[in-house]
Design a binder for this molecule. Structure first.
Ligand SMILES: Nc1ncnc2c1ncn2[C@@H]1O[C@H](COP(=O)(O)OP(=O)(O)O)[C@@H](O)[C@H]1O
Ligand SMILES: [Mg+2]
Length: 312
């Protein structure tokens, strides 16, 4: 008989139990994945509802417990559930996150529905040999921070610093300098929703030219001066072309700057709430970070006790 400690060995990810296809139920034993096998790329494919998100969350949680950090880019917005882990499994922990429509459909008061959910999770976890103490291990093992570019739902991202001229060690190294310029231009254009090829895109070449001119002179840029420079470039020619034929200023007027001008506002109640709810930073622990254009909040109810138990 396997015991809970079998899946607590470092480097072993507990993913559930083997599945008996014919009997359509789990078989005894544990599915333990050796994290050493996760050394290259992997793809997780399956129909909607087949369990991709559940499996990937389980991998992230198991990695966190083992002290392996993760950077999670989440355009869809359902991995914020990683933060909805309550070691005490108290109904009041669940209450702010339940789906009130589900409670209404069942004819239950939110508090009663939250109590049911807490019980469901406790039982679900127990069926898979887990309990609140394991959730505590996860919470103690990892900081989770949710960054939300273009929004203050989580921790907003400020890109302003990236326009400061790099130190001379980088400026004097041709390759590093070009890399820094290209990286900054690509990131900025990405935030603007412009998919730019560094070699052919006129937008990319224009921004790179502006950054190159300013940084070479040791001059910092900020977003305002960069926008100005794009509208009235400080160069007369780009390569062999004069500016007007290379990039008429009117083309730049259609760029959507809105999502890039967000910077952390300490006085923002929403920002502060989000910061408070992120786990306190604690040095030496891995950090699982996640970026999402829109942090969904009420996603808890969409995970059943089955997925909570990181079943096979
Ligand atoms: N291994 C599993 N065993 C049983 N149910 C699962 C399992 N994995 C996920 N589920 C359940 O199936 C539903 C869909 O899972 P999800 O991971 O969201 O699928 P996908 O991301 O592939 O659309 C969820 O309600 C989840 O609780
Ligand atoms: Mg999914």
């Amino acid at each position: 008989m396997t015991t809970a400690t079998d899946f607590e060995k470092l480097g072993v990810f507990y993913l559930g139990r083997p599945w008996d296809l014919a009997a359509r139920k789990p078989k005894p034993g544990l599915v333990l994945y050796d994290s050493k096998d996760l050394v290259t790329h992997a793809v997780c494919v399956g129909m909607t509802g087949s369990g991709k998100t559940g499996l990937c969350l389980a991998l992230l949680e198991e990695a966190a417990i083992d002290g392996i950090p993760a950077l999670v880019i989440d355009p869809k917005g359902d991995l914020a559930d990683l933060m909805l882990t309550f070691p005490e499994l108290r109904p009041e922990d669940f209450l702010p996150w339940i789906n009130e429509d589900d409670a209404r459909k069942k004819g239950l008061e939110p508090a009663d529905y939250a109590r049911q959910q807490a019980e469901l999770w406790r039982k679900g976890l127990a069926e898979w040999g887990q309990d609140g103490a394991r959730i505590r291990r996860l919470r103690d093992a990892v900081d989770i921070a949710i960054y939300t570019p273009g929004s203050e739902a989580g921790i907003p991202i400020s890109i302003l610093k990236s326009f400061a001229a790099p130190p001379s060690a980088i400026r004097d190294d041709g390759e590093l300098f070009r890399e820094r310029i290209a990286g900054t231009a690509t990131s900025l254009l990405g935030l603007l929703g412009i998919d730019a090829d560094p070699i052919r895109s006129r937008e990319h070449i224009l921004i790179a030219t502006i950054l190159d001119a300013a940084w070479r002179a040791g001059r910092d840029l900020d977003l305002a001066s960069l926008i100005q420079a794009i509208q009235t470039p400080p160069v007369a020619r780009v390569g062999v072309l004069d500016l007007e034929s290379f990039y008429p200023p009117r083309r730049a007027s259609s760029w959507r700057w809105g999502s890039t001008t967000c910077s952390p506002r300490r006085d923002s109640p929403r920002g502060c709430r989000a910061r408070r709810s992120t786990w306190a930073a604690c040095s030496g622990r891995p950090r699982a970070s996640r970026g999402s254009p829109s942090a969904r909040s009420r996603t808890w109810a969409t995970r059943s006790a089955c997925s909570s138990s990181r079943s096979s």
